[in-house]
Unconditional design. Sequence first.
Length: 119
Amino acid sequence: MRLATGGCPHDMARRAARFPAPETRAKLAVSTAIGDGLALAEAVGARQAQGLASPAALCPVLLVRWPDGSRGTFPHVIERGKPSLIAVRTDGRRFFHQGLGDQDDVTALLAAPPPGQMP
């Protein structure tokens, strides 16, 4: 049986246990997604699947300053279909092959050495 509960992106203990970079702060989930559905299911014996390629749906997200001065997040989910797109990090180096899927770009970004330490 499967149960969809909205996830746990705002539960730091669960994130630390399952996510590749739990300290990453740019997330699109609503602030009420704290894992309470998971906790209720676990209380009656349910368990989360293990061995998944990723415990979340990942996409590149930038922290941006909007024209009104406020700060927010901007997901990059449609740019990949644009011709001649080359994704680079802040040091201008390419970090993955854009022909791969969304999960692959975030996984490659999280696994890449910090800018300045790349060969």
